[in-house]
Design a protein. Sequence first.
Length: 210
Amino acid sequence: MKIHDISVSISAAMPVYPGDPAVSIEPVLQIAKGDDANVSRLSFGNHTGTHLDPPAHFVPGGKSVDQLNLSTLFGPARVVDLTRVQTAITADDLERARIPKRAVRVLCKTRNSELWARAGFQKDFVAFAWDAAQWIVDRGIRLIGIDYLSAESFGASEPKTHRVLLNAGVIVIEGIDLRNVAPGNYTLACLPLKIKDGDGGPARAILIEE
Ligand SMILES: [Zn+2]
């Protein structure tokens, strides 16, 4: 069994989606300064790095991150190769991606994963066109992952992709790093922090390879 960590590290140097709070991690207690323990204060948005979007992110009254069904967040997952897509993933791209008929969890590996090597937020990431979002809903997929900070194209005039997915209760994992993961079948575990009424949840995400 091999465990692939597909989470990105949280640090002040990481890219943050424009408009979201900056990441700050400051020591509060330090052994080096005579304190008994090391303790830090964290400050960052709940859509930082690898995180889940629950329905409450875009749907008034939708489920928050603490209310998600954990059985969706753990189980068989398919990683699909969409590295040739240049701008937005369309329904046609997904149709050709060899996604098994009954797939519940699908993670999309795109050229985005290479963007993690670059400093600062990169606007030219690959996201889902709204027809791809509709395709995901129609196929009964319950969890979809993308390897940069949003499922929606940067500068989209309206958040149609998010609305289609989250209105249908599809859970979105954003900000995974699939650079070192080959397309194929895995077991996914992606558990967000249990933030009461949270509209987003930073998570540690792993893929287990049998
Ligand atoms: Zn998000």
